[in-house]
Design a protein around this ligand. Sequence first.
Ligand code: COA
Length: 203
Amino acid sequence: MSAPPDTVLQVSTEEAAAIREAVLTADLATLGPGRGLAGPQDASDLTDFLADPRVTDAIYDLPRPFTLANVARWIAESEALRREGRRLLILTRDEQGVIAGYSCVSVWPDRSAAELAGALRADRQSGGQGGAGALHTFGWIFDTLGVRLMCLTAAIDNIRSAKLIDAAGFVRMGTRDAVRPDGTTRVSLYWEVTREQWRTRWG
Ligand SMILES: CC(C)(COP(=O)(O)OP(=O)(O)OC[C@H]1O[C@@H](n2cnc3c(N)ncnc32)[C@H](O)[C@@H]1OP(=O)(O)O)[C@@H](O)C(=O)NCCC(=O)NCCS
């Protein structure tokens, strides 16, 4: 499951509370068009979306196997964590209302930290949308949620992710064993970036 950054920041109870509140009140319209929190009504569409291995093969912390029940449970768990200020499971729907991507923001308010995972529908991949969208989302996480640190992982052979994460200015910090929901591990590339580093680069 997603794990907080290796770097540990000192965080006051006030800062942690502000981050929790920011997660609870986040306006997803500021993230981009078509964004919405995943809810029970999305379970069937999300199950279909996740069924494409081009979308999900590279991602370790999804509710496999992708049955309606498992996906519905993941949505419910995400909503419960959102209420604690710890997760945002966000879907992007296209003009036709079809799911075009998802983002899962894990937040550790008492560590002032967040992690992003996500995927685009196959027909939207490799055209620059992921790079642009991820850049916007990283900035949004720092500005809107107020965390001071982000971490990311990617499969060792996920060239597109590695390129876009390096280009965003995240700092490579070796590898980490990412733990799948079934308890098995996957060796992943690991990056971190602080809010200061982010703002120095992107303003
Ligand atoms: C990862 C993902 C979000 C990237 O979005 P994308 O729109 O496909 O990627 P982009 O087109 O923005 O390209 C990102 C980088 O990879 C490069 N790239 C694109 N397609 C590529 C390919 N087939 N082979 C190698 N490099 C490729 C781009 O040139 C770009 O690098 P650059 O900035 O140096 O030019 C998207 O591919 C995806 O959803 N993949 C499946 C799920 C996944 O891997 N999620 C991430 C888990 S960490």
